[in-house]
Design a binder for this molecule. Structure first.
Ligand code: ADE
Length: 254
């Protein structure tokens, strides 16, 4: 029996191309979310728009596992960069995810999930995804996206990065807030986050607790600074859908 992938996006701009390309699908509404079951790039999937934030992502991930029996979870969306080498348009594959707004000091180290004793949720799917997408970036990406909206951000071929993605119920739009998060992870855990967003680590924790393999992949929409509001809006509406569609397609066809 073929495995079923649960695919989650938080925003309409992120899911646009995937929901256009899903075939022969049925729709089920649960908890005010529409779960689309069908075939996407040759694979069986359940595709869903979860809306932003960790709680929204957690409900959705739980339903995908318990109600729809997915075998694996893939969260795809945009994120702010938290590292000087990670630029708008770049792709960050989450080898690990952590919740930057979780802090039960002095009982635990900052960011550790109490009682569970985990700070970083690792993904077993990161390597395969990275290989497929690296081959695409080195190959046909440039011609597929020639004269696309990516020109707005001077993106020719994005760089793929593998590393830590951090999540919190907060849109990061200042250098100071970003620096505090980076400093915390670097000083306390010697881990430097590459990107910040609002759902990935929640999905990763649900998946960990429920024994389901999961992966978070993010395309950088902004640099989590005072330009974030404009960059995020423009990237989300004009660039994120096609890039996310293409990387999921390359992964599924690989
Ligand atoms: N998603 C995309 N950009 C983000 C940012 N700057 N902060 C939080 N989530 C984001």
């Amino acid at each position: 029996i073929e495995e079923v992938y649960g695919i989650i996006c938080a925003e309409q701009g992120e899911i646009d191309n995937l929901s256009k390309d899903i075939k022969d699908h049925t729709e089920t509404e649960i908890a005010s979310r529409i779960f689309m079951q069908g075939t996407l790039y040759g694979r069986q999937v359940v595709l869903v728009l979860c809306r932003p934030g960790k709680v929204a992502a957690s409900i959705t991930a739980t339903l995908l596992i318990k109600q729809f029996n997915v075998d694996k979870l893939l969260f795809v969306g945009v994120a702010g960069s938290t590292h000087p080498d990670v630029h708008i348009g770049d792709i960050v594959v989450g080898t690990e995810c952590s919740q930057h707004d979780l802090d039960v000091r002095p009982f635990r180290k900052q960011y550790e999930v109490p009682e569970l004793g985990v700070t970083f949720f690792e993904s077993a799917l990161a390597e395969k995804f990275s290989e497929a997408v690296s081959a695409f970036l080195a190959g046909s990406f440039k011609s597929e996206f020639a004269e696309s909206n990516l020109d707005m951000f001077d993106i020719t071929v994005p760089t793929l990065h593998k590393g830590l993605i951090v999540s919190g119920d907060q849109f990061i739009a200042s250098k100071e807030v970003k620096s505090a998060i980076v400093k915390g992870y670097t000083e306390i855990h010697s881990h430097t986050p590459l990107a910040c967003e609002m759902e990935g680590a929640a999905v990763a924790q649900v998946a960990y607790e429920m024994g389901c393999p999961a992966l978070v992949v993010r395309v950088i929409s902004d640099e989590a600074n005072d330009k974030s509001l404009d960059d995020f809006g423009a990237f989300l509406t004009k660039c994120s859908g096609p890039v996310i569609g293409a990387i999921v397609r390359e992964y599924f066809f690989s």
